[in-house]
Each structure stands twice: as structure tokens, then as C-alpha cells.
Design a binder for this molecule. Structure first.
Ligand code: ADP
Ligand code: MG
Length: 279
């Protein structure tokens, strides 16, 4: 891993600091449809520090999902550079990208993408199947991840037996089971009602409070207001970036304070304090 060196200013010794979670420079992405070029990203520069909670906003077609797919190492840019945790990933091949995804990234989408024939627990365990972890260890970690999202008691349920909010929480647990350092969520509340959305955001805030860097795409400004920083896209470019200068961990409102259901939800985040959440 590549670290930025910084002087501590006292005795001239240099110490190591963690690099930015995300650093992209002049990132572009073109899609090719026959002879037509679709320039989805036209030179994006962004730095996200470790532990930030950033909301990406902007109209449909402005390049948010394209950008998230690049951040999540699901796709490669046409040009430009991307350092993830200081590691240059923009030139990696697809096997290397798959390794990075597995080690560092948790990703959830608007559609929950759970396998319908598997239980919640089996869905959550899935990313560990190809790891070296033993069966017992995989099970323990999957149960713990379900417990973090307050769903340990639903471990044996199949997706069809769960509400939309619960399915998204299973998807979050599946994204967490590999202990990522970066959590990406592309419109995770797009299919959910507002109270359930608030519960999902409360979980993301809790994860962020535990040190996870979170990047969230949302259309809704009330959802974006729970982040430390709002970044706006238009026509493949960043046109606005607010909140960056005065970020403190306590700046945004805490979603769990907005309704009683969400408070119950938050309590259930503690693995030892499993509460029933009905949504
Ligand atoms: P957003 O998530 O902000 O709605 P997208 O990143 O999905 O925007 O899309 C940005 C632009 O790229 C749009 O013009 C869209 O039509 C185009 N686009 C996205 N994905 C593809 C693709 N796989 N092939 C061709 N064009 C695409
Ligand atoms: Mg999108």
C-alpha cells in the first residue's frame, strides 16, 4: 500500500498517515453504442477522506451510477486515475479488480439483488464462499452481519418472506460480511417508503460512526442531508460540492432520532442487543 508521507512538524521525523479513501483525477467514461459515443463522465475530480459520509446527487443520466461503478471497481474508466486507499486501481485487470472488490468494497443497489431460493443467512454468507474461512467462521460472520442490521431473528427467512426494508438490510449485511473499508450505496432507498428509508440511512450513519467511509447516491435532498457532504453531478461533471470545509462528525442530523421505529432499529444495531424490528 502506498502512503502519503507527512512531517509531524516537531522534530522533523516523518510519520505515516492513511491516504484518502478515494482520490480520482480527470476520470472519464465513454460508452460506445455502435458508432455513437456516450460520454457519461467528462473529467471528474474528487477526494473523499477516510471516515467521510458523502451523498452524490444530480438528475437522472448525469453519470452517478457510472461513477459509482468505477468507484466500486465494477468497471474501468476510459481515462483518468483512481486511487482507492492509495492503491492505483484504474489500470488493474478484471481479476485484480475482483480481489480489490472483495477486500475493500461493500456495494448495495436500489434493487436488493438477493437470491430468492436462499435464506437471508445464506445470501449474507455468499461473498465468503470463495474465501479461506471455515464453514463455522463463515456462519459466525454472516450471523454477526445480520445482527448488525437487526435481522438475526430473520436468518432463516427467504427474501419473499421479508419486507422491502428488511431485504435491503440483508443486502447491507451481505455487503458488510467481508469487512469492507468503503461502503457504496446507489439509490438504496429508491424502492422504499420514507420511514423505511430513514431506517436504512440510520444504519448507514451507524456504520459510518464506526469508521466506515460511505458514498451514497440519492435523488432526495432530505436523505442527502444526513450526509456530511453533498456532491452534485450534471452532464458527467461535478458542479457543486458542499459541506467539505466544515465537516465534523456531528454536523448532520441523525436519522434514528426522527422516529421511534428508527430508534428501535438503532438499538438493534448492537449485536448483543437484538430487538425485533417489524418494518
Ligand atoms: P445516473 O445514474 O446519474 O442516472 P448513469 O451513470 O446511469 O446516470 O448514466 C450516464 C449516461 O450514460 C446516460 O446518458 C446513460 O444513458 C449512459 N449510460 C449508462 N450506462 C450505459 C451503458 N451501459 N451503455 C450505454 N450508455 C450508458
Ligand atoms: Mg443511476
Amino acid at each position: 500500500m502506498q502512503y502519503d508521507e507527512q512531517s509531524n512538524g516537531l522534530n522533523g521525523k516523518r510519520h505515516r498517515v492513511r491516504p484518502a479513501a478515494i482520490r480520482v483525477e480527470q476520470l472519464t467514461k465513454n460508452y460506445y453504442l455502435g458508432r455513437t459515443v456516450v460520454p457519461a463522465l467528462r473529467g471528474v475530480n474528487l477526494e473523499v477522506k477516510q471516515g467521510e459520509f458523502v451523498a452524490l446527487m444530480g438528475p437522472s443520466g448525469s453519470g452517478k451510477s457510472t461513477f459509482m461503478n468505477l468507484l466500486g471497481c465494477l468497471d474501468r474508466p476510459t481515462s483518468g486515475s483512481y486511487l482507492l486507499d492509495g492503491v492505483p486501481v484504474s489500470k488493474m485487470n478484471s481479476n485484480q479488480l475482483a480481489d480489490i472488490r472483495n477486500q475493500k468494497i461493500g456495494f448495495v443497489f436500489q434493487s436488493f439483488n438477493l437470491l430468492s431460493w436462499m435464506t437471508a443467512l445464506e445470501n449474507v454468507e455468499l461473498p465468503l464462499v470463495y474465501s479461506s474461512a471455515s464453514r463455522a467462521e463463515r456462519l459466525r460472520r454472516a450471523q454477526q452481519a445480520l445482527s448488525v442490521v437487526g435481522l438475526k431473528s430473520r436468518a432463516r427467512h427467504r427474501p419473499a418472506e421479508l419486507s422491502g426494508g428488511q431485504q435491503q438490510r440483508v443486502a447491507i449485511a451481505r455487503a458488510l460480511v467481508t469487512s469492507p473499508s468503503l461502503f457504496l450505496a446507489d439509490e438504496p432507498t429508491g424502492n422504499l417508503d420514507s420511514q423505511t428509508s430513514t431506517q436504512i440511512i440510520a444504519i448507514l450513519q451507524e456504520l459510518n460512526a464506526r469508521g466506515l467511509t460511505v458514498v451514497l447516491v440519492t435523488h432526495e435532498s432530505d436523505i442527502a442531508s444526513f450526509a456530511h457532504r453533498q456532491v452534485k453531478f450534471r452532464d458527467g461533471r461535478i458542479v457543486d460540492d458542499t459541506g467539505i470545509m466544515h465537516w465534523t462528525p456531528t454536523t448532520p442530523p441523525m436519522a434514528h432520532q426522527l422516529n421511534a421505529g428508527a430508534v428501535a432499529e438503532r438499538r438493534s444495531l448492537a449485536p448483543t442487543d437484538e430487538k425485533q424490528v417489524t418494518s
